[in-house]
Every structure is written in C-alpha cells, then in structure tokens.
Design a protein around this ligand. Structure first.
Ligand code: DLL
Length: 436
C-alpha cells in the first residue's frame, strides 16, 4: 500500500529537526501569551516563571497547567490573545456541566486547521479524487466545519450533509458514490443499521474508508463498523480547546495509535493525580500546548483524556509520535462500590458477545448507600426471537464476563432491538443518576 503524505517533509522529519522547530515555536508562544493574556501572565508570575526561562523543551514543565475551569472563568473571550476584529470564527463545546467553552480563530488559524485536516485525510489515504461524505455536525461543534475545510483544502468533493436525516444520507451516499465517510463511530453504526432496514447492501456502495472520532470507541467496535459498512475504519482525535478535529490521526499502515501533528501541538502525558510527567508507553492524562495558534493558544491544557505516547517510527514512515487510542477520560471513570469502571471496558465486553448489538447504555443509581450499575443492551433480531432460556443464558454470560473483566457485579438488562436511542453525533453511553 503506497503512503500518501500531505506534507511529507515535516511528517517524516527526524526528531532533532522537529524538536528544534518545536522549541522556537514554544518560546515565541510563551512570550506572546505572557504579553497579551492576563490570566496566563498571572499564573506564570505566581509560579515565578518568565518567558526567558524557557530554554529547552523540558522547561515546558516549569509552566503552569491550563484547566477547563480557567477557560470557563474567563468566559467567553478572556483567553484570546487578539482583539475580536482579528477573530473570524468562534466555536464552542457544550460539555456536560456549566458554561460552554468558547474558542476563537484568526484567518490564519482557519488555514492552519484546514491544512492539518487535509493532512489527516491524506493519512487515511484520501485524495482529491474522493467524494467525502461529512456527517459530523455543522455548527458550534468543531467536527463539521473543521473536516469540511480540510476536505476542500485537499481538493476532494465535500458533501456537507451534517448529522441526522439518516435515510436521506444513505440515498445520497449511494447516488453520489461517497468514498470517504466522516462521522462519529456511533453515528456510523446508526447509518449501518438504517442501511439494513432500507435493504441496501453496503457492498453495493463505494465507501472505502471511514474516519471516525469525537468519542471513544473500542477495537471491537472498529471490527463491527468495518464489517457492517464494508470499509476500513480509522480513528481521528481532537478537541475544541486545542483546535478541533485534526490534532492526531491514525494512518492506514498500522491503525495502531494516532500520529500527533507535533509541529503544531506539543503533547505530554502526566499522572493525573500528581501532575508529574510520565515516560513513553506509560498511560496517563494527555496534555497539549498549541505551538502555532494565534487567537486562542493553550499552554499545557489538561484534556482529561487517557492515553500514552510511543515514539517508534511507524511503518508509514511518519516520525510523528503516536498516541494510543483514547479509551476513557479521567472524568468519565465511574466508581462503582469502590471499583473503577470505564464505559469503554463495558463496551469491550459487550462487543465480544454474540447475540447482542453494539447499542448499549450504562445506568448508575444509588439504592440506599449502594451504587448499582445496570447495563442495558439490545439483543439482535435473531436472538430476540429465541427462547427465554437462551436469553437468560445470554444475560448470565454478560453479567459473568463483566464481573470477571471489570471486577464489578452489575444488572444486565437485555432490551428490545432498536429501543435505545440512536446517536446523531456523540452517543450518550452513561446515565449517572447519582448526581441528581
Ligand atoms: O470532538 C473534535 C472532533 C471532531 C474530534 C470530530 C474528532 C472528530 P470536542 O467536542 O471539544 O471536540 O470534544 C473533545 O472528545 O477531549 C475526547 O474526550 C473526545 N474525543 C475526540 N476524539 C476522540 C477519539 C471534538 N478519537 C473530546 N477517541 C476529547 C476518543 C475522542 N475520544
């Protein structure tokens, strides 16, 4: 398989060259935010670090972290480095609690982002000959417009279909001969299911590759989506605070982790408890410093996403560090009677069981002083018509597997096919009623 690069020189640059670019950019960034953003200056003064103290890349660790709360405290535009006349676009991420986080872009930032998304699409083998079906939501969410500009920059044909209206999407996909699908993995499943209901065989479509991200998805989910949509599924990662989609991207050669576009985003992995740096290969919280953004750069932004970094050169020839697939966030870890549970682990178990569908929801409640976790999962049409005895066995098997793998006892409820609400963007996997 031949490798397609968008910017070969930088994507394959030996580490020393890359680090020298990173250092120059970091020094420039730190001086700029020190001069222009009061909250950053105050934090630096509080810990006694000045821009001139950043002499090596390791000196990054002297700088204070930036938290989501910092952005919220300065809502909406207090962390921008430039006046609003220079800002040509804003996006916002809603989050689950409190005020949204607002991010801004200059004209140059939009160009940088489009370029990085073009790089990401090329990583997945896309070219100007492709018909890109962009089902990420358009709007304040960065997915739709971020991917759109990248696909245009690549020179591909973009279908700005956004999320929802699923049947129409499939008709378009068939008639326009879409070759690249962009969506959340949960929406990809929704598309697959609707396709089946419409009697359309994915083999008759032209889809070649699916670029899925914006939410965690397991390896088992990858197999499921690949089989159901007859395409190769690759992972894309990003977050609004850092730029949007296009922070890192899996290549077609290994599909083992995503290449971080390190000439623009400097990654670290830290211990979420102590804030100390962890070694390559060690799993912890991902932290990013943006090196080239103008309007809204971030310094040591704590993503709460859990991953690890590995620096071995990839089969695709890219020297850019890879980050392990994000399987959870420090803040969506559920503590069930003292046991740490990540929704992705539940997904992993469910996807390994025959007779159930990849549509599930985890409900956590408190009964007296006890946490009770229920896993609701849809049975497939074929098992639905099976005998009660079979369904009882299936329930027992899932309960046992979850207990064996996660160490927690839960109530498994098999529910009717198509009874769990389908996602049109990011799926809601957990309903934690304990908070209310
Ligand atoms: O989700 C940006 C994006 C759009 C990425 C389209 C990829 C594709 P936010 O809405 O700010 O931005 O949400 C960011 O989503 O911190 C992760 O927790 C999660 N996330 C994003 N990509 C992945 C992924 C967009 N590939 C938050 N795997 C991040 C797991 C992901 N989680």
């Amino acid at each position: 398989m031949s490798v397609i690069y968008w910017e070969e020189e930088i994507e394959t640059l030996p580490r020393q060259g890359l680090e020298s670019i990173q250092l120059k950019r970091l020094q420039h960034l730190v001086s700029r935010v020190y001069e222009t953003v009061k909250p950053y200056r105050k934090k630096m003064v509080d810990v006694g670090v000045l821009p001139k103290d950043i002499k090596t890349l390791n000196d990054l660790q002297k700088l204070p972290f930036t938290l989501k709360e910092d952005l919220r405290d300065n809502y909406p535009f207090g962390m921008f480095t430039l006046p609003l006349e220079d800002i040509v676009r804003v996006h916002a991420s809603s989050g689950t609690t409190g005020k949204s986080t607002v991010v801004g872009y200059t004209k140059k930032d939009i160009d940088t982002w489009a370029n990085l998304m073009a790089r990401a699409l090329a990583c997945a083998g896309a070219t100007r000959g492709d018909m890109v079906h962009n089902a990420y939501g358009y709007g304040l969410f960065t997915g739709g417009l971020g991917a759109h500009y990248g696909a245009e920059k690549l020179g591909a044909t973009v279908i700005p279909v956004s999320g929802g209206n699923t049947k129409r999407q499939i008709t378009i996909m068939r008639d326009f001969k879409s070759t690249v699908l962009l969506s959340t993995p949960s929406y990809a499943l929704n598309l697959a299911e609707t396709m089946e209901q419409m009697g359309i065989d994915p083999q008759t479509l032209s889809l070649r590759v699916g670029i899925f991200g914006a939410e965690p998805w397991s390896e088992n989910m990858r197999e499921e989506v690949e089989r159901k949509l007859n395409l190769k599924a690759v992972d894309i990662y990003g977050l609004s605070e850092v730029i949007g989609p296009g922070v890192s991207m899996e290549c077609l050669q290994t599909t083992k982790g995503m290449h971080i576009f390190e000439d623009h985003f400097l990654p670290e992995i830290i211990d979420p408890e102590t804030g100390k740096a962890l070694q390559p290969g060690e799993r912890g919280e991902l932290v990013f410093t943006t090196l080239t953004k103008e309007a809204f750069p971030v310094i040591r932004y704590r993503t709460k996403d859990i991953s690890s970094l590995y620096y071995d050169v990839c089969e695709c020839g890219r020297t850019l560090v890879r980050m392990e697939k994000v399987t959870g966030r420090t803040d969506d870890m559920l503590i069930i009677r003292g046991v740490n549970v990540f929704p992705s682990q539940v997904e992993h178990v469910l996807m390994g069981v025959e007779g159930v569908e990849p549509h599930y929801q985890i409900v956590v409640e408190r009964e007296g002083s006890m946490d009770v976790m229920s896993v609701e999962v849809e049975v497939s049409d074929s098992s639905f018509s099976d005998e009660i005895k079979y369904l009882e066995q299936l329930t027992k098997r899932i309960t046992r597997d979850i207990k064996d793998i996660l160490g927690v006892t839960c109530n498994v409820k098999l529910v009717n096919p198509r009874s769990i609400q389908r996602s049109e963007g990011k799926a809601q996997r957990v309903i934690d009623k304990r908070k209310f």
